[in-house]
Each structure stands twice: as structure tokens, then as C-alpha cells.
Design a protein around this ligand. Sequence first.
Ligand SMILES: [Zn+2]
Length: 369
Amino acid sequence: MRHHGVRARRHHGLVPVLEPHPVGRLATVTHHLDDLRDPVVLSHGPAVHQQPVALLRLHRLIPPLGRPVPMAVCATGHKSRLGHPAARARAAAGEPPDNGRMPELPDVESFRRTLASCAQDRRIERVRVADAGVLHGVSARRFRDRLRGRTFAPPERHGKWLLAPTGPGEDGPTLLLHFGMTGRLLCCTPDDPPHRHDRVTFTLDDGRCELRYRDLRKLRGLWLADGPPDSPSATHVMGRQGPDAASVDRAALTEALSGRRGGLKSALMNQSVLAGLGNLLVDEILWRARLHPTRPAGRLGDDDLRHLHSALRRAVRDSAKAGHVPARPSWLTGHRDTPDPRCPRCHTALRRTRVAGRTTVWCPQCQQY
Ligand SMILES: [Zn+2]
């Protein structure tokens, strides 16, 4: 009965944890939960599937969601009681169980838009580094000195990297951001209360906005390159990157996959083959293209490649527009975390296996090997 009690309490010294059950409107719920300033420790358990809304409302944590959400938040309350070490690590990161929700190209694209609308053409008045643990290859002092007084130029994105060149001039340093599993970029006002996971804050010259890098788990973070985004310094930080998944054409995709002996999923997840895709998008794309995740990547026929490219372009375009991979009813993503997941195309029960080290959802009817 370790996980079954409905309790939500805080423990001293314990990082607040939010761990919604991988069922139902997870994205909506985590979105609401994400900005909580005073969360409680939540975990999932089979005994409380229908009770979380009441529990959450008790704590005034989220606005009413309109209808009960099948999300279990049975609280274990204590880190050591969250079960498997991997689950504990995910819980400590504020992540849902391993259903693959972490920033992919669409999320980074939405952070790029945030940066552009919040900070582009603005001078950086002040840089506050609350936690130098998110800085890589640069000290907090040097980071501040190099960026203070400079202006944010139009930001760019390649794969899961956000690149923020700075002016004036063409040769200013570029801020590079990689959001890892839990990073985000927010446009706040100086009056917005500080959040305990705001690691770096840029105060801008108009005095109305500030840009905050918020990250619970600090797996990746911020780098500073000496030159513009195409400088050797910046490309060195990013490492080898394949063509960006949002703009890759069919010839470049064919070229990227040709000669690869591994499986399709593993190739598409590999940022040096194709940049930007993560677990959710790859599953979505392969399902749309009716391709089995372990098919050898280098041996696709022309038709397969055509389907793959068109599925990829459409899934990436629609997700980028939404700013995340949307869990729509017509999408595989809309079903993968439901209690009895079925293919939205043929209603066959979906399979869930581990491919390329990640939880992979696919339809055995539509995606035959
Ligand atoms: Zn199917």
C-alpha cells in the first residue's frame, strides 16, 4: 500500500515534485502545474485515479479544469518512497513518468518566438545568474560582462538549439541555449515573483520585460560563443548537427539516412543525422508514414522515403505552430498515454516497447515490419 494513500505534504529539504500520471490531458495539466510557486509532492498510484482534481483544488494550485482529469496524484510524500530509482530521478525532475515529454524542435521554436517577441532589439541592462550550474564553459562573471550592454539580434534555431546572437555589429557573442529535459524560456515582467528555478535572468532596457531561463533539472543550459551562430565557436558548442527537421528536403533526408545500418527510430532521434526530433515526434512521424520503428534506416524504398518525408514535414510544421507536440485525437500522441491506447486510424491496440532506449508507441497493424 506504499503508493496508495492520498496524501500531499511537504517535506523539509525535498525538492517539490510534480509527477502526473501518464493518462489523459497531461499536457494541459502539467502546463497549469508548471508555474506553481508552491507545489506539493505528488506521485501516482492506482488507488486515486479519479481524485486528483479535488486534491489539487484543496491546495489552490490550479484553476478548475472544467472536468475531472484522469490524472492520479496520489502522494507518496517522500522521495525515498517513489519507487524505482529511474522513476525517482524523473520525479525529482518534475517530469512525468517516461512518456518522452521533453523539449523537442516545436518547444524550442516556441522559445525562439518568446525570445524574439520579448527581447529582440533590446539592450541587456542587467544579467543575473542565480545558479552558475547552468552555465557551460564560462564563468558567471565573464557571462555577465560579455552580455551586459549588448542587444539581442534576431534569434535562430537549429534542431533543439536556440541561438541568440547579440549586437551591435555582426561579430558579437552568441548565447546558445539547450533546454535538456526541463528547461524553458519565459518572458516576465520585473513584478512577476521570482521562481526558485529561475537560473538566469536578463533585464532589458525597456524596463517592462525580462527574459528568464528556468530549469528544474539543469541537464543542459547556456553557453556563450565568441562569434555569430555560424562561427566555429558556436558550431563547436553544438557539436555535429544534421539538417534541421523543419526544413529538410527529401533529397537531404534520403542522404542523411542512406547507408545507416541501425533502425529508423534510432536514426531519426540522432541529432547528428537529423536535428530537432525527440521521442514523441519520431513516434508520431513513423506512425503517420506507416513505418515500423526498427526498420533498417538505410534500406527504405522510394515510396517509404516519400511517405516519411511528407509525414515528417507535416508533423513538424503543425507541432511548431502549436509550440509542442499536440495530443490531438487524430494524432498518435493524443492516444499514447490513455489507459487503453488504440490506433486512431485502425483502432488496433497500440504496442509500447523500448526502442533506441526510449518508450516507443506504435501500431502493429499500420506499422508492419
Ligand atoms: Zn493502426
